[in-house]
Ligand binder design. Structure first.
Ligand code: GAR
Length: 208
């Protein structure tokens, strides 16, 4: 599919922003034909906002304390995304659960990256969960966001073996390397119109 204009993406991030950086790097290297229209954070001190600034991108701090409810906050974030004509929202370490209204407003247009092979180890500290459980393989998942927590249709996954000499930190670091490859790839598939969602299954048309 040839787009008249590059896909406009918005990234929501709460912290370090290394996945945001991977997306920025892929765009700057010409490997991902997208426009990063806006980065929104719910934390004023998020490194993700510094990264946006450094690359001349629009960064917006949305303060949850400034709104009376989660619903009102999410409506404000939706307004920022609409103002920047965002077509695909990428959650990258965004540590808030989205409201139903937010998810419904952008159904099939929100992706998330999770540091485990879903449906194993959803929720917080997925790398720790896998390590403590004694899993032999963990990894990373990019999925569409539905109204549950880490339950939406899976777009792509990368497996990471758990080594006997791993610590939680070394495992998390190897998973993160995979995340940085996987997220730009998933966004590219979407931008190229190669993804269809059929119920729970995501079908990907590979390169001809
Ligand atoms: C990443 O490992 C991401 O998969 C995880 O937070 C980290 C953010 O790192 N997300 C979740 O756990 C969501 N459930 P980053 O800010 O450096 O991209």
């Amino acid at each position: 599919m040839v787009r008249p204009e590059p896909l406009r993406i918005g990234v929501l991030a709460s912290g370090r922003g290394s996945n945001l950086q991977a997306i920025i790097d892929a765009i700057e290297a010409g490997k991902l034909d997208c426009r990063l229209a806006v980065v929104v954070s719910d934390r004023a001190d998020a490194q993700a906002l510094e990264r946006a600034l450094k690359h001349g991108l629009k960064g917006v701090f949305a303060d949850p304390k400034a709104y009376p409810s989660r619903e009102a906050f999410d409506q404000a974030v939706l307004a920022v995304l609409a103002e920047h004509r965002v077509e695909l929202v990428c959650l990258a370490g965004y540590m808030r659960i989205l409201t139903t209204a937010f998810v419904r407003a952008l159904s099939g247009r929100i992706m998330n990256i999770h540091p485990a092979l879903l449906p194993s180890f959803p929720g917080l500290h997925a790398q720790r969960q896998a390590f403590q459980y004694g899993a032999k393989v963990s990894g990373a998942t990019v999925h569409f966001v539905d109204e549950g927590v880490d339950t939406g249709p899976i777009i792509c996954q990368a497996a990471v073996p758990v080594r006997e000499d791993d610590t939680e930190e070394t495992l998390a670091a190897r998973i993160l390397e995979q995340e940085h490859q996987l997220y730009p790839r998933a966004i590219r598939l979407y931008a190229e119109g190669r993804i269809s969602i059929i119920g729970r299954r995501v079908l990907v048309r590979e390169d001809p």
